[in-house]
Structures are given as structure tokens and as C-alpha cells.
Design a binder for this molecule. Structure first.
Ligand code: AMP
Ligand code: ZN
Length: 114
């Protein structure tokens, strides 16, 4: 745990979150400032700052993250209509919280990227 990390504090139960999914390795909760009708964040319970800090040994964490993404999409009703999964890394991507997180957004047409 990183003591000054807001998402570590959510994992530790020190600040509240509206949880959607949890298992031994990951946690999913609603974003506090949703950018879409469904906007959930999926995070590893262990502190990793960003995608840059993922290691080949973190394969279990990554597979749990994407299992959580699937579960969140199912339980929030966007699995069939579609959704976007995004991880911002660093300054140019506008990463604000330096604990790895995957945004899951859907419930409306999001427009095309790229
Ligand atoms: P990013 O720009 O990818 O670092 O996004 C960080 C996200 O975390 C933003 O969408 C914030 O609204 C969200 N966020 C920050 N603090 C909290 C919190 N306490 N609970 C839920 N979501 C949060
Ligand atoms: Zn953290």
C-alpha cells in the first residue's frame, strides 16, 4: 500500500467507494465524476502506478482485471451495447491518479477513436 494513494485507501476501506465487483486481486467501483452513464474504474488491489509498472509476473492481476471488466459490463447492462476500456498513462494521457486503473465507460454512443 502507498500511504498517500487515494485508490489504496479505497482498497483498505479507509475512504468509501460504490463497489461493483471485488475479488482477491482486483476491485471495481463507480467513478466519482462519471463521463458516461456507466463509468466504472477497475483497479488492482496492489499498488502499481501505471501500465509502465506492470511486470510479466503480473499476468494474474491482468487476467483478473479483464474478468472484472467483463463482470462489470454484464452487471451494468452494457456488455451487448458496447463499452470502452481505457488506461491513461502519464502526463500526455492526463493520468491524475497514480494507481493503475482501467476506465470502463458505456451506456451511450461514445464516438469513434483513432
Ligand atoms: P485518470 O485521469 O485516468 O487518472 O482518472 C482518474 C479517475 O479517478 C477520474 O475519472 C476521477 O473522477 C476518478 N476518481 C478520483 N477520485 C475518486 C474516488 N475517490 N472515487 C471514485 N473515483 C475517483
Ligand atoms: Zn495505490
Amino acid at each position: 500500500m502507498s500511504t498517500d494513494c487515494i485508490f489504496c485507501k479505497i482498497v483498505a476501506g479507509q475512504i468509501p467507494a460504490n463497489k461493483v465487483y471485488e475479488d482477491d486481486l482486483v476491485l471495481a467501483f463507480h467513478d466519482i465524476q462519471p463521463q458516461a452513464p456507466v463509468h466504472v474504474l477497475v483497479i488492482p488491489k496492489k499498488h502499481l502506478a501505471s501500465v509502465n509498472d506492470l511486470h510479466v509476473n503480473d499476468s494474474a492481476v491482468l487476467s483478473h482485471i479483464f474478468t472484472a471488466v467483463q463482470q462489470v459490463a454484464q452487471s451494468t447492462g452494457i456488455a451487448e451495447s458496447g463499452y470502452r476500456t481505457v488506461a491513461n498513462t502519464g502526463k500526455d494521457a492526463g493520468q491524475v491518479v497514480h494507481h493503475l486503473h482501467f476506465h470502463v465507460m458505456g451506456g451511450k454512443s461514445l464516438g469513434h477513436l483513432g
